[in-house]
Ligand binder design. Structure first.
Ligand SMILES: NC(=O)c1ccc[n+]([C@@H]2O[C@H](COP(=O)([O-])OP(=O)(O)OC[C@H]3O[C@@H](n4cnc5c(N)ncnc54)[C@H](OP(=O)(O)O)[C@@H]3O)[C@@H](O)[C@H]2O)c1
Length: 327
């Protein structure tokens, strides 16, 4: 290989700007494993990085992208050999402070690299990736806090998003009555195909503005925070459980103490940013009872050339499911 394509984020006069560029291996941050990329995920966080929104990437210039799957091209580590199918996913450095996934070749320390096994391949491991893992952890938390299909309906906000699409698929597969909450009424057919029994608009979670409204939900899995999270809390059943993992509608929310002290509602935080090596049980369940039934429906493949525009659409809330960059 002489040169290859990358998307690199720069600081230009105080503005974050990403460009499709040609690069050389020597230009990449150091590491003992070089991977020929086959697939990379497009998470909400990645879209923010590529479009220069916020400060996801902590060092500039840098190549964004936090999940890649591919083939080892060369390795100075005895742990890997040329031809191994591997993945790098998440952590505090990859695509944040160290050149990341949006590159035809990736160079990283061996300890960030994991072999792909257990019936997965480089596509499915990225297509599922952090989104399906987060969904699995959130679903496990909901169940661990006592919510079961016989207790009542479960609301899923940000329903057409990458994580939430997997949440709906998994909950429906486990027999829950899922109510998908979305800002995209035109996606109702998609959400029903994933297994949602009912679809409601973002503004229709709570019927009124009182501190406590009619009890509607035994459980909720929330991708968005902000006002929809308050609306959920005000309409949970007695002993209802909300698992919150995202901030697409806002980092802050205002609520009252009443759902907690009058209905014993529980608000459970979900942080799924675990190193791949510690993902054990939930990741094994992704190969078993939580294996998404609708992976092909959920995933949209995008090319390098389409990536910047696709990221703009993610930020504008105009996509559904999970984007996967195919090299
Ligand atoms: N806690 C963790 O470990 C963890 C792990 C992964 C992701 N996350 C977070 O989870 C969230 C979802 O991630 P993702 O990758 O699934 O993102 P995504 O694919 O972009 O989905 C987000 C969804 O939220 C909804 N949405 C967007 N803007 C909104 C707004 N202003 N108000 C209300 N809803 C809005 C949209 O769905 P509808 O149009 O259907 O409403 C959108 O599809 C993000 O905040 C991400 O940072 C957290």
């Amino acid at each position: 290989m002489t040169t290859f394509k990358v998307v690199r984020l720069h600081n230009e006069n105080g503005h974050r700007v990403s460009r499709l560029e040609e690069s050389r291996l020597d230009d990449l941050d150091p590491g003992d494993v070089v991977i020929r990329s086959q697939y990379a995920a497009v998470n909400y966080k990645d879209a923010r990085a590529v479009t220069g929104v916020g400060n996801v990437v902590k060092r500039l210039p840098c190549i964004p992208g936090i999940e890649v799957g591919g083939i080892v091209a060369s390795s100075k580590s005895p742990k890997f050999r040329e031809g191994d199918v591997v993945t790098v996913q998440g952590g505090a450095e990859f695509g944040i402070r160290h050149d990341g996934a949006y590159s035809e070749f990736v160079r990283v320390p061996a300890e960030w690299v994991y072999p792909v096994s257990g019936g997965f391949d480089s596509f499915s491991v990225v297509a599922l990736g952090i989104a399906a893992y987060t969904a699995a952890v959130a679903v496990e938390e909901l169940i661990a806090h006592g919510v079961s299909p016989d207790k009542g309906k479960v609301a899923v906000t940000g329903a057409t998003g990458g994580c939430a699409s997997f949440v709906i698929d998994m909950l429906a597969g486990l027999g829950f009555h899922v109510v998908a909450v979305t800002g995209k009424p035109e996606a109702a057919g998609y959400l029903r195909e994933l297994g949602a029994k009912e679809i409601i608009g973002r503004d229709a979670i709570a019927p009124g503005a009182k501190a406590l409204e009619t009890q509607l939900w035994a459980g909720a899995i929330d991708a968005v925070g902000g006002k929809p999270l308050d609306d959920l809390l005000r309409t949970m059943n007695k002993r209802g459980v909300v698992c919150a993992y995202g901030n697409a509608a806002g980092e802050n929310f205002t609520t009252s103490i009443y759902p907690f002290i009058l209905r014993s509602v529980q608000l459970v935080g979900v942080n799924a940013n675990h190193p791949v090596g510690l993902r054990g049980d939930a990741w094994r369940r992704l190969a078993g009872d939580l294996r998404p039934r609708n992976l092909d429906r959920i995933v949209t493949k995008v090319s390098f050339a389409e990536l910047p525009a696709y990221c703009e659409r993610v930020i504008a809330g105009g996509i559904r499911g999970r984007g996967v960059l195919q090299f």
